[in-house]
Every structure is written in structure tokens, then in C-alpha cells.
Ligand binder design. Structure first.
Ligand code: TXA
Ligand code: MG
Length: 345
């Protein structure tokens, strides 16, 4: 885990170290972060998917600063993070499948879109009638949510459009001293954002963003398949589509997707990313990278954003990356989705 193992409640790091400061998740620091949130400060928090940039969701002005620091358009609504499913009662109208889904997948990487109640500030939902809710599965953020006692609005803790962060250091790299409070929870277990399921129209449930809770698992709860339309242009329906700007999760380096990277000619200004470790002959090039040693889908998800950031810093002119084929199931569908968006212009 990054950072020092001391507590620094309420004061600057004792060695006068440069901001931002990454706080280890001790009980005193969790209390300190909770107090900071109640003072309207923004803090970065670990989740099992990606790090979030959190504010008290019931305070419109605190939530407003999230948009400012991220450079996020006000038309892009935020997800609320809760400690317990019961907290949703105050925030949204809960249709029949809500508690069954909560029972099956919470805490975990599933975000539910529901019709909102007036308590949720309009800035959170970008003026929409619906609100996004989830219970994250990270124990550090669970403790923080319990301590602070209010829902936390938290988008991924990256500048708008850039690759999401999966370590505390990624957050520090992006925001520097503009975001002094980062709570360290280690590397994210999943590494890709939550699955988003729209429950706001009874009988017309649909997946808006694929994630670690796959369509197949949702279908079991509903007793029928739940649609996800990859082909629906993300910017065509800004009112409902998450990540609605088609370019999203993008490294600064130009990214080109290919079915199979092994046959390409090696060029020193091009980083090549394989989904799984290539044959011996290909392994030795310093410009060859892979998402997983043995082709394990969860490992591919975990390493995608981290690797894109690393390669972005290495100064290549171009990245060529293998993409899982259309029609993939499970978390590979999410890996494919993020790559298509990251490569889109
Ligand atoms: O795993 C995650 O979901 C992470 C962690 C931090 O929880 N959060 C995350 O937040 O990915 P963000 O803001 O980067 O992505 C949330 C997406 C946005 O694309 C937004 O458009 C969509 O959720 N969203 C939020 N509220 C919505 C709503 N009422 N209707 C439709 N989409 C919504
Ligand atoms: Mg995001």
C-alpha cells in the first residue's frame, strides 16, 4: 500500500511533505476524512472498481466542486454511494426488483438508475428525474460511509475524459495539490467502473454500461435477458447514456485497436498491448505489454487502466491494443467497451 503508516488527523504531514498527501486507512484518518466531507471538502476514496472523487451528496455546493475540479460538464450526472440499501428509501422510488438486486449484488459493482426523490440535489442528477445509486464493496470506503452518515457523490477520480484511476497514486498524478485528501485502499480489485442498470422504466430494464456484474448474472435475477446495445452511439442520447461523450477513458497517446497484435511489425515509437502474454519470441521486446499472463478476464480488467497510464507516461507516439471481439460475455464485454471508448475520436 502506498503512503506512510502514521495517522495525520487534521494536520499537514509532519515532515512538511508536498501535497497531495496519501492517507493510510487508519480509524483516525477515516474520522478525519469524514470531518473533511462534512466541511464540504472533496476527498478521493478507494472502491473495488476505481477510485472515486467524493463529496457529501446532500450538499449541492460540495457536489458542485466535483464538476469544477474534474472539468466535467454539468449535464453529466453523478453516482451516489451508500452504506446500506435502506438508505435508498429516502433518495429514490424503489421498484420491485430493487431489493432482490441489492441482495444479490450489493455491496458490489452494480449501479442502479431509479426515479429520484426531492432530497437529491438537482446538480447531482444534472436536472434529470433519475438518480444513480450503488454500495461499493471496499472495506475502507464502507467504514467511511458508516462514519460520515450521508451518501457520497463520487465520479471516477480522473480529469474528465481521461483514464480512470485504480491506485491512490494515479489520483495524485492527475490532480496534484488541487486534491489534498486521498484515502489509500491499495490497488482496485476490479479496475473497471461498475455495471450501470437502468431500472427507471418498469418492464424496460437495460444495461447502460457493462462492468463486472455481467448481463448473464442480471438475467438470472430477472428471469429473462437484459438488453445492452453496444451499437447505440453514446453521444446520440445524452439524456440517458452514461459516458455519453463517445471519447472517454482515453490516454493522451493515440490508441488504435486491432484484433490481433502478434503479426504487426515492431516499431520503437509504438507500444503494443496483447490481451494475454504472447509467444516467447514476442515477449522480449520492451515495447510489448500484456493485460494478463494467462488470459484471465478479471486480470485483463484489473490491469487495463493502469497499463494505459503507464504507457502514456512512457512517451510513445502510438499505442496499438488488441480488443476482445464483439459478442464477448462477462467482464470482457466491459474491457471491450472501455477500449472502444478510449480509442474513439
Ligand atoms: O464504479 C463506478 O461506478 C465508479 C466508482 C467511483 O463508484 N464511478 C463512476 O462514476 O464510474 P462516473 O461518474 O465516472 O460514471 C458514472 C456514469 C456517468 O457516465 C453518468 O453519465 C452515469 O453514470 N449516470 C449517472 N447518473 C445517471 C442517471 N441518472 N442516468 C443515466 N446515467 C447516469
Ligand atoms: Mg468516469
Amino acid at each position: 500500500m502506498t503512503g506512510n503508516t502514521q495517522d495525520f488527523p487534521g494536520k499537514a504531514p509532519p515532515d512538511g511533505g508536498a501535497l497531495p498527501f496519501i492517507y493510510p486507512p487508519t480509524a483516525a484518518n477515516i474520522q478525519f476524512f469524514s470531518d473533511a466531507l462534512l466541511r464540504r471538502e472533496l476527498v478521493a476514496i478507494p472502491t473495488e472498481t476505481v477510485y472515486g472523487l467524493a463529496a457529501n451528496a446532500l450538499d449541492a455546493s460540495a457536489a458542485g466542486s466535483i464538476f469544477e475540479i474534474k472539468g466535467r460538464p454539468l449535464v453529466d450526472p453523478l453516482i451516489l454511494h451508500l452504506h446500506r440499501p435502506e438508505a435508498a428509501v429516502q433518495l429514490a422510488f424503489l421498484p420491485e426488483p430493487f431489493f432482490r438486486l441489492a441482495e444479490a449484488f450489493w455491496p458490489g459493482p452494480l449501479t442502479l438508475i431509479l426515479r429520484k426523490k426531492p432530497l437529491v440535489p438537482d446538480i447531482i442528477t444534472a436536472g434529470k428525474e433519475t438518480v444513480a445509486l450503488r454500495i461499493p464493496a471496499h472495506p475502507v470506503t464502507q467504514s467511511l460511509l458508516e462514519c460520515v452518515g450521508c451518501p457520497l457523490a463520487a465520479p471516477s477520480a480522473n480529469p474528465f475524459g481521461y483514464v480512470s484511476p485504480t491506485t491512490a497514486k494515479h489520483v495524485a498524478d492527475s490532480f496534484g495539490s488541487r486534491l489534498p485528501y486521498i484515502l489509500d485502499g491499495g490497488a482496485c480489485r476490479i479496475g473497471l467502473e461498475s455495471t450501470i442498470l437502468d431500472l427507471s422504466k418498469p418492464g424496460q430494464e437495460s444495461i447502460l454500461r457493462p462492468g463486472a456484474v455481467p448481463a448473464e448474472a442480471l438475467a438470472k435475477v430477472f428471469g429473462h435477458p437484459v438488453p445492452y446495445h453496444e451499437k447505440r452511439a453514446p453521444c446520440a442520447r445524452p439524456a440517458t447514456a452514461p459516458g455519453m461523450f463517445s471519447r472517454h477513458y482515453s490516454p493522451r497517446t493515440t490508441l488504435q485497436l486491432v484484433k490481433e497484435a502478434g503479426s504487426l511489425k515492431t516499431e520503437s515509437d509504438t507500444a503494443r498491448i496483447f490481451l494475454k502474454a504472447p509467444e516467447t519470441g514476442q515477449r522480449n521486446s520492451p515495447h510489448h505489454y500484456w493485460l494478463s499472463e494467462r488470459g484471465d478476464p478479471l486480470e485483463m480488467a484489473q490491469s487495463l487502466f493502469s497499463l494505459l497510464r503507464r504507457i502514456d507516461q512512457a512517451g510513445y507516439g502510438r499505442i496499438v491494443c488488441e480488443v476482445p471481439p464483439a459478442g464477448e460475455t462477462g467482464i470482457l464485454r466491459a474491457v471491450r467497451d472501455r477500449l472502444l471508448r478510449a480509442a474513439s475520436v
